[in-house]
Design a protein around this ligand. Sequence first.
Ligand SMILES: N[C@@H](CCC(=O)N[C@@H](CS)C(=O)NCC(=O)O)C(=O)O
Length: 227
Amino acid sequence: MSNIELYFAKASTFSQRTRVVVLEKRIDFTPIEIDLQNKPEGFTRISRYGKVPAIKHGDIEIYESAIINEYLEEVFPEPPLLPQTPGEKAIARIWIDYANTRLVPAFSKFLRSKETNEQEQGRREFTEALLYIEEEGLGKLSGSGSYWLGDKFSLVDISFYPWFERLPLLTHFRKFTLPTETPRLQKWWNVVRDRESIRAVANPESYYLERFAKILGEPAVVGGAQK
Ligand SMILES: N[C@@H](CCC(=O)N[C@@H](CS)C(=O)NCC(=O)O)C(=O)O
């Protein structure tokens, strides 16, 4: 029995990253669901930023999904979720950084901004990120494999995928669909979304739509008609 406690929230993109890692590595863990509107006393002692995911492994407390996932990769190396050579590992980390610093902020700006100009800027930045991924990421790294780095599913796939699971939010609230110039990305997502670990932590589309209709205070729009 492992002594890992995994603090997560069901709706949390970042938590999904770590939940997938523990499933892929078949690590025994105790899931502890956190109500982010009403964080339990003691949680911020474990996760100093007050965010999920966080883990407690014996005396060690770790937060920040990318750091947790690298820790789990070191402590539970099988099956590997990062390439083995320093150069390839560095490339994988550059893409994980790209998810964190480019794709995720652009997605959030596009979906969450109330102000039209800012929303449009989010749309442009998100589209640019997708086209960049198509050419510079999948176009150069995946080869004939199904995943970002080729044949092997990795922390890169895991770091990006939660935002693709939420694409229906952009379709319904922002009338956005993946550009036709992204065939590799669409193929990648169709393979990734079907993986057992990803399906195990997925939420239904209706869950996201209802949640964001409340968060945004906007009705979901399908093909211009109100839903
Ligand atoms: N950079 C962090 C981001 C984590 C994060 O923003 N988590 C959100 C949920 S998706 C959260 O806990 N929000 C609660 C809060 O900020 O109070 C990571 O990679 O783990």
